[in-house]
Design a protein around this ligand. Structure first.
Ligand code: TTP
Ligand code: MG
Length: 353
């Protein structure tokens, strides 16, 4: 049986800010863009959450809900550094680390000798070290698989942990809301509610063929997950080759101009996804993918270009000129580069006093 830990820092960006400005502790604090520039909240302190402030909310709305909200701009470099430091701690326990974002990762500690093999003790130790060395708190879930470990890290948040041992799974699952299942978003949740399904227990009443009939391939995943089964291995970040976004248009775009008009929106979306990229990777060559109305496809890549909107505009124009036909899909992104393992301690020492 595998032993998986899921670590997720508490109000990550804000925790780093509060660490650096202790007078903010205990206050309603958010990191995000300002309201006069149509900014959104990246995250906020738990004090601010009591007023209903949430990630991705328009800053203007957040200020209406919580007029005392202290709004700070993001300092990504500082968050990246904290994240790297955290990965240095993880690596003392296992090399099987799957980063999900700057503040979140799965650790497979099935074969780690630390703490006499107790994953719960390892999680507690990791959280203590994050607090002592980095000055922020994290929560953890400990379970035999990734799905349950992730559910567990939310259970006693903030600054808590929760373990689901294999013998507790059958008792734990029936009351768990289906919205905890990875992949069940708003649409699927509504569809399930229409069938009278709110919890994993409700879902367990359906047979595998029934779920496959209603949900296709995802039906099988649901069948397994609602029973607490999840075979996905912890994957290190090495596998991902690129990060991109794409959009298929309901009507084909007739020419270059109409494509270029839509690029800023796609670029913004890509930037959003970029924020969640692990600190271990670097951006490589930018590319634009075009699918024409006849499903012929072309990709324009150019290494050495910066990942700016201007670069994507230029790549897009060149790609379309290759065939000059109406466009049904545009994708843009960057290849990813994985620098050789550098111990974060060494990197940090370059800047240390
Ligand atoms: P989360 O782990 O989702 O949120 P959090 O760490 O702030 O709060 P908690 O885990 O305690 O609920 O995201 C990690 C960071 O990613 C977060 O601090 C800011 C950033 N982020 C955004 O910029 N936009 C978003 O919509 C979300 C959800 C997160
Ligand atoms: Mg978090």
């Amino acid at each position: 049986m595998a032993k998986i830990i899921h670590i997720d820092c508490d109000s990550f960006f804000v925790s780093v800010e509060v660490r650096d400005q202790p007078q903010l502790r205990g206050k309603a604090v958010a990191v995000g863009g300002s309201s006069d520039r149509r900014g959104v909240i990246a995250t906020c302190s738990y004090e601010a959450r009591r007023y209903g402030v949430r990630s991705a909310m328009a800053t203007a709305t957040a200020l209406r809900l919580c007029p005392n909200l202290i709004l700070l701009p993001a300092r990504f470099e500082t968050y990246r550094q904290a994240s790297q430091q955290m990965h240095g701690i993880f690596r003392d326990y296992t090399s099987l680390i799957e980063p999900l974002s700057l503040d979140e990762a799965f650790l497979d500690v099935s074969h780690s000798p630390h703490c006499r093999g107790s994953a719960s003790l390892m999680a507690a130790e990791i959280r203590q070290r994050i607090e002592a060395d980095i000055g922020i708190t994290a929560s953890a879930g400990i379970a035999p698989n990734k799905f349950l470990a992730k559910v567990g890290s939310d259970w006693n948040k903030p600054n808590g942990q929760f373990v689901i041992t294999p013998d507790k799974i059958n008792a734990f699952m029936p009351d768990l809301p289906v919205t905890n299942i990875f992949g069940v978003g708003k649409v699927t949740a509504e569809k399930l509610a229409g069938l009278g399904v709110k919890t994993c227990g409700d879902l367990q009443a359906f047979s595998l063929p029934e779920l496959q009939l209603m949900f296709g391939k995802f039906g099988k995943r649901m069948y397994e997950l609602c029973r607490g089964h999840d075979e996905r291995p912890v994957r290190t970040s090495r596998q991902r080759k690129s990060l991109s976004v794409e959009r298929t248009f309901s009507q084909d775009l007739p020419n270059i101009e109409s494509c270029l008009q839509l690029l800023p929106e796609l670029y913004d979306k890509w930037q959003e996804r970029l924020k969640k990229l692990s600190n271990e990777v670097e951006l490589g060559a930018p590319f634009v993918k075009i699918k024409f109305y006849d499903f012929k496809q072309t990709t324009m890549v150019q290494s050495g270009l910066p990942a700016t909107l201007e670069s994507f505009n230029s790549l897009c124009s060149q790609a379309i000129q290759r065939m000059n036909k109406p466009v049904r899909l545009i994708g843009l992104g960057c290849r990813l580069k994985y620098p050789k393992e550098t111990a974060p301690e060494q990197q940090l020492s370059l800047f240390a006093e």
